[in-house]
Design a protein around this ligand. Structure first.
Ligand SMILES: Cc1cc2nc3c(=O)[nH]c(=O)nc-3n(C[C@H](O)[C@H](O)[C@H](O)COP(=O)(O)O)c2cc1C
Length: 254
């Protein structure tokens, strides 16, 4: 695991260190930075069967402000998959990424999503399975563009597929379950950024073609919410214009 503050992408990205959860005696967790505010109030257990840290009680005091967390949110931006290189996240970092990705609002606690890792030697094998299908489906695609598809996975250190597995439920509409999968994608991107890597939320033909999606690991009734390409940026980030407050906000009045 690359030590926080020493990641190769530091040359491009500001190092943003979120409060860290450290084990306390007895397996409880607390935040370094917020220990005083949370003392005796906010306790988090180590996750039991899921392995995910689970909040068990909430502090009654107001939440402490987290300026670093806001900066993290304000600086996340996509780096195109073509501009992502090694190193990718370590095993320990991947566990942490998934822990954050799974920590999303989830009406009914249905866990209507799951994750698939594409990394290592499996990437080229996956590309080799997809390429003939792509050739057959898009025979007229110019070679340059097709080449991108035929090497999609092996060019990126790590891709995490976020699979939506929404099912009919008496109370929770499919739409809400799918929104939860989208939230998992965004949480994942934010965690990637927090660890000093960069990512891109991708979809493309292989998400929507049933045969390709099956090769990627989708089972009956599942679909991909996104393929999150993850690696170390090779270029400085260039932001895009963001929507103006006035263009996206209206105030309701009677
Ligand atoms: C569901 C979803 C699918 C996307 N699929 C693609 C894609 O296949 N190819 C692509 O270039 N961008 C895709 N994007 C857009 C990029 O992930 C990204 O949002 C965009 O480049 C803007 O960058 P930003 O994250 O800095 O706002 C997709 C975005 C979403 C939300």
């Amino acid at each position: 695991m690359v030590p926080l503050g020493q990641h190769p992408s530091d040359a491009f990205a500001p190092r943003l260190v979120p409060p860290r959860l450290e084990p306390e005696k007895g397996g409880d967790f607390k935040s370094d930075d917020t220990a005083a505010g949370l003392a005796g109030a906010g306790r988090v257990d180590s996750g039991g069967a899921t392995g995910f840290p689970l909040a068990t009680t909430r502090p009654t005091d107001p939440e402490p402000s987290m300026p670093d967390a806001l900066e993290l949110l304000e600086t996340r931006r996509t780096i195109a998959a073509l501009q992502l290189a090694e190193p990718g996240p370590s095993d320990a970092e991947i566990r942490r990424l998934i822990t954050v990705a799974a920590r999303v609002p989830d009406h009914g606690k249905l866990t209507p999503w799951r994750f698939v890792l594409y990394r290592g030697a499996a990437r080229a094998a996956l590309d080799a399975r997809l390429a003939p299908l792509h050739r057959a489906k898009f025979p007229d695609m110019p070679a340059e563009k097709a080449e991108f598809e035929w090497t999609r996975f092996q060019r990126v250190p790590l891709t995490i597929g976020v699979v939506s597995r929404a099912v009919e439920h008496f109370k929770v509409p499919i739409w809400e379950q799918e929104l939860s999968a989208g939230a998992a994608c965004q949480n994942l991107l934010l965690a990637v950024h927090a660890l000093g890597y960069a990512g891109q939320w991708l979809s493309g033909w292989c998400c929507y073609d049933a045969e390709a999606a099956a090769i990627l690991g989708a089972k009956e009734g599942e679909r991909f919410a996104g393929l999150i390409a993850i690696g170390t940026p090779t270029v400085p980030p260039v932001d895009r214009p963001r929507p103006a407050f006035e263009d996206v906000v209206t105030e309701w009045s009677a």
